[in-house]
Every structure is written in structure tokens, then in C-alpha cells.
Design a binder for this molecule. Sequence first.
Ligand code: NAD
Ligand code: TDX
Length: 337
Amino acid sequence: MKVLVTGAAGFIGSNLVYHLLESRPSWKITALDLLTYAGNIENIAGLINDRRIEFIKCDIADPATVNELFAEKGFDLVFHLAAESHVDRSIHSAAEFIKTNVVGTQVLLDAALSSKVSRFVHISTDEVYGSLGPTGYFYETTLLDPTSPYAASKAASDLIVLAYFKTHGLETVVTRCTNNYGPYQFPEKLIPLFVTNALEDKPLPLYGDGLNVRSWIYVRDHCEALLCAAEKGVAGEVYNIGGTSDGEVNNRVVTAAILEILKKPETLIKPVKDRPAHDRRYAVDSSKINGIGWKAGILFREGLEKTIKWYVDNRSWWQSIKTGAYLEYYERNYGAR
Ligand code: NAD
Ligand code: TDX
């Protein structure tokens, strides 16, 4: 089986590459990534001598290079994760989100169609559904109502992916997952940012009243769900992916748990101006993917402890990221709050 993983040097992409090599040892994997600020070749550097994997630096929005790659390799299966993925950055500037998330997805779909890819798994997010009140869940049938430019770009790409199934018969599957956490997550997202700031005794900038709720899933559970969707999902369908029920918590609870595990004081918490159009709550109903054989297994507390241990043990990984352009972004996003 010849498999392409886009966004393979990012957080979920690198975890997926490790998971695929472990669980499907005969597969040959092409790991594609542009190595933007969020892509880090270090994430998959341990595999450099593994002959089952090859790394290609490539922009998914560049049709000439992408078409050539697909024609040459003849992929059977594509996991498409490459994206601009951070909501706050999309608020500052949306252009790259449209280019990569929308145009890049269309470029990949055209290449997949003309090279006769058997299955195209598009990795999306529950953010496409918008925001929930205190109760209820997002279902695959819930209307799309994205609020951030990031979420809107993902919703657009989801619809294009589904249209390629309807119009051209390309075997696409769309997955919509809740908030991931785990090793190799870039320290701009809530959990790795707060863990690494706390380790450095720096303030934890909690947006608004801190009562926004996210439904957390450990990244390896997400990777298992993606493999399940690829192998057992029905073409043209959407599958929601959510974590264990104890993972549905507000940001204050997450922050308090991080500080407790690290034995750091609550005085590090710094309430700051809220994110514009900050979605209040996300939670998905996962019964459709449960029905084809996948269920989340890692409890939030257990996954959080493992994740924190990884950041404690891998200081050099995140300390080298938190320099240069990262500090400019940090000042831009947090300086005026
Ligand atoms: P990430 O930002 O860590 O990784 C994205 C990767 O894509 C990076 O390695 C980056 O270099 C690469 N990339 C960006 N633009 C590219 C381009 N033009 N060409 C090639 N590569 C490019 O993001 P992540 O958190 O790993 O998310 C991966 C996917 O999963 C995204 O599509 C995201 O929307 C989706 N998702 C993420 C979460 C989450 O909680 N992180 C939840 C649900 C869905
Ligand atoms: O500094 C912060 N302070 C804060 O209070 C940051 C970065 C976040 N937050 C809050 C905002 C959210 O309520 O924490 C919550 C989580 O924020 P993020 O980690 O930025 O994630 P979110 O906006 O929920 O989006 C994430 O989940 C869905 C990913 O970034 C997306 O890629 C994914 O699609």
C-alpha cells in the first residue's frame, strides 16, 4: 500500500506517521510537508533511516509539483492533514488559510483524481459546526456555521472534498475531530503553551472568563480513528471523532490540572482580553465512527499526565521553537491584551 500523509511534520501528522508504521508495517509512506513555522522535521527525524518512509518538502498549493508527485508515486491512499491550523493566527491574517486549506485541498483532489487514488481521507475539525450552548452535541448532519477564518477555510475544504465524491466519484471520507493534545504539539495551542509557560514560570494568558469548553482527545486516539475511517469508512461520508467523556472540560479546569501536575502556583494564571467570536463550547457525537469499530480509550487525566511528561522530557524541542519568529507572534497576539 502506497500512502501519502500531508502535513506529516506537524503535530497530528507526525503522530500519524508513527502510528501507521507501527500498526501497518508493510505500508510505504510518503511524508509531505512544506515545513512552515508549524512543521518541524525533528518530529519525524527518528525515522530517517527507516526505508518504509520518504520525506518530500512540497507546497500542496503548487499544482505542478503536486501533480508530478502523484503521477510518479501512484498513491493508493491519502491522509490529508496539511493546513494552517491556529485560530488566533487566522484572526490576524487569513490569506495563508485560504491558500493552503482551500486551494491546497483542491490541488490535492485534482491530483488524486487524475492519478486514480483509491481513497482520500480529509482531516477536518468540529470547529466547522460553530459553537454549542451548555448542552447538546454536534452531529454529522449539523449545519456548518464556522465563526473564525480558520474554521471557515476548513468548512470550505470539507465541502469541496465531498463535491469531488458526488461529482467525480473520488472515494473521499471527511473526519471532524475535537481538540487534540499530546507530544509534538506546537506551543501556540492551549495545552502546550500553558505547560511550557508554566515550566518557565511565565504567565498563562487565559482568554475571557476561562469558561469556554473544549472536548479533548489524546492524539493517538485520533490517529487510530483516522486509520479506522480510511479502512472502514464509507466513501462520501463524514465521521465525527471525539475523546472520552471526562475530556469535556472548560479552560479553567484544564489550566488548574496543568498547574497541579507541575506543582506550580495558580498565581501564574493571567486573565486576558477574549478572542473575538470565541466559540463557547464544542462537543461531538461519535456514535457513527463507534459503529464502524473505533472508540476513544485514553482518559483525559492520563493523557494530560503523559503529555506533560513529554514536554518536561523534551525541553530542547520546545525551547528551540520559542525563539525568533515565535516571539514576534507572541508579542503580536498577547502584547496588547
Ligand atoms: P499543525 O499546524 O501542527 O501541522 C500542520 C502541518 O501542515 C505543518 O507541519 C505545516 O508545515 C504543514 N503545512 C502548512 N501549510 C502547508 C502547505 N501549503 N503545504 C504543505 N504542508 C503545509 O496542525 P495539526 O494540529 O497537526 O493539524 C493537522 C490537521 O488536523 C489540520 O488539517 C487541522 O485542521 C486538523 N485538526 C486539528 C485539530 C487539533 O486539535 N490540532 C483538531 C481537529 C482537526
Ligand atoms: O493563549 C490561549 N489562551 C486561551 O485561553 C490560547 C492559545 C487558547 N485559549 C483558549 C481558547 C480556546 O477556548 O483555549 C481553548 C483552546 O484554544 P486552542 O488551543 O487555540 O484551540 P481551538 O481554538 O479550540 O482550536 C483547536 O481545536 C480544533 C485547534 O487549534 C484547531 O486546529 C482544531 O481544528
